[in-house]
Design a binder for this molecule. Structure first.
Ligand code: FAQ
Length: 333
């Protein structure tokens, strides 16, 4: 399909699908599903959106673990709503991926067969109710830092899904922080739970931003450079990681918890915090399937897929029946 959103090619220049795509991206216009796009751009978008969708769905598990053991009805209602929001995010994202010509069932198969990734962060266990608060504060906080720039991502359906997702993630972050503030005003045992959860989630939260931009631990086939050229990504992994640290340190101070990094220090020259190096060997192990909970997370997802097969079949049979009965005879199959 030709591109005409006020982005014209130069007089005398011959329009090609490639030049149309390049001009759209350069003009900060959105690429829409029916626009011509390079195969590699399509493949990158499918990879990133599917990985993001899988992360939202697998990400329901660590907190879902605590729904039945919430300390009060109020906390249970909040947690149920949050986990349900993550399911919604997964669904918008699978829909965005489907606009690129892939099928959600196929993506889910690729996930449970280990052929597609999901975020490293969800391979860590949630050991106490303080983890629910810390996941909201740090994990949703990191997700917001990473995802707000994606609202300006070049692929239209992804960028638009991201706007609503970011609004909901902000709310999630606040609920996590509010839970932690409440616990910090409680007993010594509650304060210890918050500190312990912070110690366990801090480094994995920094790893959410992906491998470093440079150095031995950088990915040999990293996507950042190309994705920034295509305006999918707007910042490098290290830039966003730094933004997250700068945002979070004052929040930790206000909360009264210590971030578990002896190298954390304000650098007046840079106007940012210096911080230590995440354990990149651990990160590599986790994303290649060897984290503490990888096997459990996938087994759970696979069981849910198998257990839900009859619901999908029944829904499909019902939809087929309704369509046959409601469409005019000439249109029914
Ligand atoms: N985990 O070259 P890069 C959430 C892989 S949602 C696993 O830097 P890219 C909400 C990467 O895929 C959290 N794998 O790649 C919530 C690539 O793999 P390949 C999810 C990772 O794509 C909160 C290789 O390493 N958010 O938290 C990770 O340019 C609370 C090289 O990496 C998104 O998905 C990782 N952390 O940048 C839910 C956001 N990092 O090709 C429940 C959208 C990298 O070798 C509770 N995605 N890899 O197979 C992005 O922004 C990007 O895809 C990055 C990675 C930044 C994650």
């Amino acid at each position: 399909m030709s591109v005409d959103r006020g982005v014209k090619c130069a007089p005398g220049e011959q329009e090609t699908p490639e030049s149309g795509f390049e001009r759209l991206v350069a003009a900060e216009q959105r690429v829409e599903p029916r626009d011509a796009m390079p195969d590699a751009y399509r493949a990158t978008m499918v990879r990133q959106i599917a990985q993001h969708a899988h992360s939202e769905i697998i990400g329901m598990q660590p907190e879902g673990n605590w729904i039945s053991r919430s300390p009060s009805l109020r906390r249970k209602a909040i947690l149920l709503a949050k986990v349900q929001d993550e399911a919604g995010h997964g669904l918008y994202l699978y829909s965005a991926a489907e606009t690129l010509g892939v099928d959600r069932d196929d993506l889910t198969r690729r996930l449970v067969e280990g052929r597609q990734k999901y975020s490293s962060i969800f391979n860590y266990p949630s050991l106490s109710y303080a983890d629910v608060g810390v996941i909201g504060w740090l994990v949703d906080g990191a997700a917001i830092c990473n995802q707000v720039p994606l609202c300006r991502s070049s692929y239209g359906p992804y960028a638009r899904a991201m706007v609503r997702i970011c609004k909901e993630e902000s709310f999630h972050q606040r609920q996590g922080y509010e839970l932690l503030l409440t616990m910090m005003r409680g007993s010594d045992a509650q304060r210890e739970m918050v500190q312990d959860a912070t110690n366990r989630w801090w480094w994995p939260s920094l790893m959410m931003f992906g491998p470093p931009d440079t150095g031995d631990a950088a990915s040999p086939h990293g996507h950042t450079e190309q994705s920034m050229r295509w305006r999918i990504k707007r910042h490098t992994n290290d830039e966003l990681r730094q933004r997250f640290v700068d945002m979070t340190v004052p929040q930790a101070d206000a909360l009264g918890v210590t971030l578990p990094d002896a190298e954390l220090a304000w650098n007046a020259e840079r106007g940012s915090y210096d911080f230590g190096t995440p354990d990149w060997d651990e990160f590599k192990a986790v994303i290649s399937g060897h984290g503490p909970c990888n096997a459990e997370r996938i087994a759970h997802r696979r069981a849910a897929l198998d257990d839900g097969a009859w619901v999908r079949e029944a829904a499909a049979a019902h939809a087929a029946k309704v369509n046959t009965h409601t469409l005019p005879l000439s249109m029914s199959r």
